[in-house]
Ligand binder design. Sequence first.
Ligand code: MEV
Length: 322
Amino acid sequence: MTTIRDIGWGKIILLGEHSVVYGYPALAAALDRGVMMSAVPTPAGGPLRIDIPSWEMRVAAPGVFDEPGQVRHHNTITETDHPAARGLAAIADALGAGRPSVSLVGDAQIPPGAGLGSSAALAVAVARALARYLRLVADNATIGAAANASEEIFHGTPSGIDVALAIAGGAGVFRKSTGLRPVPGNALRVLVGPSGQPRSTAEMVARVAAETGGKPDDPRLRELAALTDAGTTALVGRDLAGLGAAMDRAHAVLRELGVSTPVLDDLVTTAHAHGAVGAKLTGAGGGGSVIAIAPREREAAILAAWRAHDVIGFVTTIGGHQ
Ligand code: MEV
């Protein structure tokens, strides 16, 4: 029997995180990896659950008969108040799926909580696998709505960029008002350095709101938007120096907004010291990951320098797998 696995792609934001929450565009791309899910029926019964060994995640959707925080089945206790458990219930409810006895078994190729869109990748893979298992007719809009219901549990008021990329893959410019528009261009190699510092997207979004008074015309948010436009033009024109300059300035602005950390600043400086033409934090910040672009012959030196900071980075190709 072949097992069908559904994917949700991980992502990086090249430019425009945080300002995207205020309606400005963001330039982002799916990673060439994400979360894969297969639905495995459990005919002997039991809760609707997610099992991802590589994240040590084993959760079950809360149901009406559970003890608070856990569900018991054949002497196995599974967490039900984990955000992923509540997210699973939100996805099942959005799809009108009820609580079928099925295990969603996952293989994750991105780290959780690293600013790489892991929760959206998980939500999309779960929604796709559950819909397929129940033979529901679910187009991308339905999958997106279900996944965003889960994202609201993880992040409060997400812009929707992570879910859009987790569904579509590829690279594009995202706006809350218009969704994801693909950008033309050839594949681009990007170095990704997960710092290992945990972070909370909701906390970082709240910090930017406090810093800007929640006003979209804050000059720093407007500058992030202008840098996104400049960087998009540079990417399309294969002007790597132009893209790198926009990334560098964006990191400085994000730092002013209070979402960088000494560790992230250090990883950015290290990338530059070893030949990067642009480097910045990616995603919400406060921890999570940095990204860098560099001539190919400098990539190994940057990865080695990051490793000396205990960061196991990788190179991803974006825009090449639409
Ligand atoms: C998304 O990965 C990062 C933020 O822009 C939040 C959002 O868009 O929902 C900070």
